[in-house]
Write a protein that binds this ligand. Sequence first.
Ligand SMILES: C[S@@+](CC[C@H](N)C(=O)[O-])C[C@H]1O[C@@H](n2cnc3c(N)ncnc32)[C@H](O)[C@@H]1O
Length: 247
Amino acid sequence: MVLPSPIRAAPHVLQLLSQLHKTSLEQEAVISANTSFANGTKIFSTEILGSLGDKESTNNPRDDFDRLMLDKFIALDEDKCQFTYQLINSMNATNIVEAGTSFGVSTIYLALAIAETKAATGKSGIVIGTEKEAEKAAIARKYWAQCGPEVEQEIDLREGDLLETLKSDLPIIDLLLLDIWAPLALPTLKVVLPRLRPGAVVLTDNTIKGNKGYADLLAYLRTPENGFQNMTLPFTNGFEMSVYRPE
Ligand SMILES: C[S@@+](CC[C@H](N)C(=O)[O-])C[C@H]1O[C@@H](n2cnc3c(N)ncnc32)[C@H](O)[C@@H]1O
């Protein structure tokens, strides 16, 4: 039996989300069939880039990879988006950082969720999205406009390299979603860390299949002195939930 979606949103938003997830999965299937990135699903965004990152001297593979990804969604899986939405509602999170926005699919869930928690708590809040490709940012903004002001007004999209754009003007953060190329995950966490509130949650995509690419991040999160309690949730390819409980 297929359960109804937990997402509270207007029918046109739900329809757009399901269409965007479908397109994203179709693109991923084509990429894995037509490239040497033969692992399928989203692994090229973690393990493969991790290994490409080791070969920076050869023809700039990172640029090649970015070019390949320029017209790709690589959206967070629908069930992970729904889980994140539920979690935000349960913890009354209102300030979120999303590392890696792409065409803004997961961002829509984050915006819908904080609209609810803001209304429920009376607190202010914002979803801070990050995207370094201007073309992708423009398309994300187009989808958010299709959703309407209830989504659009909840998002502050910071264009450019997130290691720069997240350096300033961060509120106290309730939740950080790491849906970014693996080599950037730990540097991103370190930029946001001073603004994480005790009890904040860090979610990281693909931590089972991408465990090699994420080795530095996982080692950091799993070092007890760094203050994180970790659990790998059994979504496809893994979804790490790390709760920040500093001493
Ligand atoms: C996996 S995708 C994000 C998918 C998105 N969360 C969703 O569910 O639709 C990762 C995105 O991070 C972007 N990105 C890569 N390096 C970046 C950087 N240094 N700063 C900001 N964005 C970056 C890529 O262009 C890509 O669009």
